[in-house]
Design a protein around this ligand. Structure first.
Ligand SMILES: NC(=O)c1ccc[n+]([C@@H]2O[C@H](COP(=O)([O-])OP(=O)(O)OC[C@H]3O[C@@H](n4cnc5c(N)ncnc54)[C@H](O)[C@@H]3O)[C@@H](O)[C@H]2O)c1
Length: 327
């Protein structure tokens, strides 16, 4: 399968490396409109692949099966649309688009052309998130009570989208994945611009039928945090993605409610059990995401982070954006 990459800025090099090492992919070329970036790419990949500043060159090459797009979100829509138009499968960096309207147009085009569109909701391909998902599916956590996610750092401050579109997109995708793609009932969003024109700090609360979620996204934190708390009625899990080892801790803790002899009366007890750190394979989430994209192309099946999931994530983001901007 021949794949070319468009965009070799901050994230593109990570994607390039993972395309290059994947044994099912023939990584054929890199496009970036910035010559300095292309020069850097050439230092890594030499004469093995082609380089261009004009992505239309890739569109004209019928031998290329798919493109991976890692340009800022404001430009990715046009490139993805062009790629689908000339029958190339699309791996697109998150968020799939800056608006629901654009996301829907991309999905419609992919479906019309029977092509794979895969949005890189990278965290759902993370081995720790997969592990938690298995625990939930096996009933080990019990019923979900809440999911609380913090994703903060100092920058990078983006100009084309706000912190919520940049960061919470990962977390909404994770919540959807863990909980089986539920529809939300209601949400509330708050944000502060602080610098520039986009919100640099946002808080998002989402109510689903049987649990609630809280997502904090910030580009103005003194420390980098990547923490996900998943609380169930039986056990609770904390995933710290900044930790080098032992990223996941499972707490056999919870609340037990027992009825008493008195009618309608009950007692509430805290339950303190073992704490353990499971061994989890050290797989690379981006490599898993790339591999899944290839499998979807080979097997003609919709990506886990394809049309259905991307639109569900965008639905939450669009509603939250309306609240932020009082639309
Ligand atoms: N999955 C993740 O965890 C993750 C992490 C960081 C960024 N991203 C995503 O990756 C994408 C890119 O982000 P970034 O931080 O690398 O941005 P960036 O600005 O650092 O790099 C973008 C690159 O695209 C190039 N570019 C822009 N328009 C182009 C065009 N029309 N043709 C060719 N090249 C073009 C620019 O010259 C630049 O080198 C965004 O969608 C972002 O959300 C994903």
């Amino acid at each position: 399968m021949k794949i070319a990459l468009i965009g070799y800025g901050y994230w593109g090099p990570n994607l390039a490396k993972n395309l290059y090492i994947n044994k099912n992919i023939e990584f054929v070329g890199i496009c970036d409109q910035n010559l300095t970036k292309l020069k850097k790419a050439k230092e890594v990949y030499g004469e093995n692949i082609f380089y261009t500043t004009d992505y239309k060159e890739i569109m004209k090459d019928n031998s290329i099966d798919a493109v991976a797009i890692a340009v800022p979100t404001e430009y990715s829509y046009a490139i993805a649309m062009d790629a689908l138009e000339v029958c190339k499968h699309v791996f697109i960096e998150k968020p799939i688009a800056s608006t629901m309207y654009r996301a829907q147009k991309l999905v419609d085009k992919a479906r019309e052309k029977r092509l794979i569109i895969h949005c890189d909701h990278i965290m759902i391909y993370h081995p720790v998130i997969r592990y938690i998902k298995n625990m939930i599916d096996r009933g080990e956590l019990g019923n979900l009570l809440y999911i609380d996610i913090t994703r903060t750092n100092l920058g990078p401050i983006r100009k084309d989208i706000n912190a919520m579109l940049d960061l919470a997109v990962h977390d909404i995708a994770v919540i959807n994945y863990l909980a089986g793609n539920p529809d939300f009932r209601e949400l509330s969003a708050m944000g502060e611009v602080c610098y520039g024109k986009q919100e640099t700090l946002t808080f998002l609360n989402i109510k689903y039928d049987y649990f609630i979620a809280n997502i904090k996204s910030s580009w103005i934190s003194p420390i980098k945090e990547r923490r996900t708390v998943v609380a169930g009625t039986k056990k609770m899990a904390i995933f710290d993605d900044v930790a080098i080892d032992n990223k996941l801790t499972i707490y056999d803790k919870g609340i037990d409610v027992k009825s008493t002899d008195e009618y309608g009366e009950y007692e509430v007890h805290t339950r303190l059990g073992d704490i353990y750190i499971p061994h989890i394979s050290n797989e690379d989430a981006l490599q898993n995401s790339v591999t899944h994209f290839c499998e979807c192309i080979s097997n003609h099946k919709e990506s886990l982070s394809g049309p259905e999931q991307s639109l569900k994530v965008m639905k939450v983001l669009e509603q939250a954006m309306k609240q932020l901007h009082n639309d």
